[in-house]
Write a protein that binds this ligand. Structure first.
Ligand SMILES: Nc1ncnc2c1ncn2[C@@H]1O[C@H](COP(=O)(O)OP(=O)(O)OP(=O)(O)O)[C@@H](O)[C@H]1O
Length: 406
């Protein structure tokens, strides 16, 4: 994604390369004097005076969206998202799946080809981005470089019609909440990545959005800062009373921050559920890899699952029909010679395709009778003399597998 460089209040249109989005109203950068000019040429100087349509009093609170967007002749996003206030959704998916397109559509930056977008019962179809009650946090913060942290945060409330002093008081309050009391007069270039991201979050939250959009909010941070900011973000999201939608590539961010994961592949939702449910019952190879499981599909007959392509796997579950079988790489034991005394019910002859470090373990990528990933210690890998092309036997106990209906 090439994210727009300002908060939703001042988001520019997409690059000219995006013909589908050329219809966006032109929007300029923030005024250097920190005066908010909403809507650019098509804007309204006082957004508080209502281009935002009133919320329907009897309608359901939260997000109700069906987003259909034709991006290229071959790519169509077609997803339905619903959430109630307080929900945190994470959109996960491989590159090009459509996550950013979905986020941009929610922000009003990419028009829908079809579908609808209702927030707290209000149809946002005709509401321009700068007048939507939507806050956006981007991975590279996109703070206004010439403004202090305080003025960056005050920008949002100013755009929503607050007076200068009200906006600054609110900004002060938000920066205090974010633990940035000491940095109110600091300009972005003097902030650390973690501090800048907290300013960006404060800027988004200061507008009291009914929908908070976070685009890879932790991606630009180093590992240590990421840990810290993830914990803080989790706390703020838990307190946030409206809907939050997060786009991330990182399963850990998704699992820690979201109540519900929505996995998108090729523009469609392929699986949706709580982090625990998705981690335990992955339904696509992408999700299985994401949560670190070997995943297969096949036909169950009692405790035996005959794979669509490959051998059979013995499981403890007693099932019939199409099922998935999953097991973690740590459940695989490797042997140089065919084991004779092993109690494991599953035995396959494989070949090492590749090796890589995985935390303090070695992950072996195996092909052969059954393609699989196996984790082992460095010592074990050395003892087995593992190297690409080496033949190995892999065993997995039935009790270590998990089968569930497809
Ligand atoms: N501005 C654009 N104009 C036309 N097509 C686009 C535009 N931006 C993205 N696309 C196409 O839309 C599809 C979805 O892209 P999108 O950026 O939404 O995916 P993504 O899941 O966010 O990927 P990534 O994780 O790499 O950011 C891709 O096929 C992409 O090539």
């Amino acid at each position: 994604m090439t994210p727009p460089p300002t908060p939703a209040d001042a988001l520019p249109p997409e690059e000219p390369a995006a013909p589908a989005d050329d219809a966006q109203p032109p929007q300029g950068p923030p005024a250097p004097d920190n005066e908010c000019r909403t809507g650019g040429a098509g804007g309204n100087d006082n957004p508080a005076e209502g281009r935002v349509p009133p919320t329907h009093p009897h309608s359901k609170a939260g997000l109700n969206a069906h987003l259909v967007i034709d991006r290229t002749p071959t790519f169509r996003l077609d997803i339905t998202l619903t959430a109630t206030p307080g929900d945190v959704l994470a959109l996960l998916g491989p590159n090009g799946a459509g996550k950013t397109t979905a986020l941009r559509a929610l922000a009003g930056l990419t028009p829908l080809t079809r579908g609808h977008l209702h927030l707290d019962g209000t149809d946002l179809h005709d509401t321009p981005p700068e007048h939507r009650p939507v806050g956006v946090v981007f991975q590279d913060y996109l703070l206004f470089p010439h403004l202090t942290a305080l003025d960056n945060v005050a920008f949002g409330p100013r755009c929503r019609g607050a007076t200068k002093s009200e906006a600054r008081a609110q900004a002060q309050d938000w920066l205090h909440r974010m633990g940035l009391k000491e940095h109110t007069t600091t300009k972005p270039r003097r902030l650390s990545g973690g501090q800048a991201q907290r300013v960006a979050l404060a800027r988004a939250l200061a507008t009291h959005p009914r929908l908070l959009l976070l685009d890879e909010p932790l991606a630009a941070l180093d590992a240590r800062t990421r840990l810290e900011v993830r914990a803080q973000l989790r706390r703020h999201l838990a307190e946030f009373e409206a809907v939050a939608v997060l786009v991330t590539h990182d399963p850990l961010d998704a699992m820690v921050l979201a109540d519900r994961l929505v996995v998108i592949e090729h523009g469609r939702i392929v699986q949706e559920g709580t982090p625990a449910d998705i981690a335990r019952h992955p339904r696509t190879d992408y999700i299985a890899q994401l949560v670190g499981l070997n995943l297969y599909k096949g036909q169950a007959d009692g405790h035996t699952v005959r794979l669509d392509a490959g051998p059979a796997i013995t499981t403890t579950e007693d099932l019939t029909g199409q099922v998935f079988v999953a097991f973690p790489p740590s459940a695989v034991t490797l042997h140089r010679d065919r084991p004779t005394g092993s109690s494991a019910r599953n035995l396959w002859h494989c070949e090492v395709a590749g090796l890589e470090t995985h935390g303090d373990q070695i992950r072996a990528d195996l092909t052969g009778e059954l393609p699989l990933a196996a984790d082992l210690t460095t010592v074990a890998a050395a003892e087995l003399d593992l190297h690409p092309g080496a033949p190995v036997w892999a065993t997995v106990k039935a009790t270590q597998t998990h089968a569930y209906p497809a």
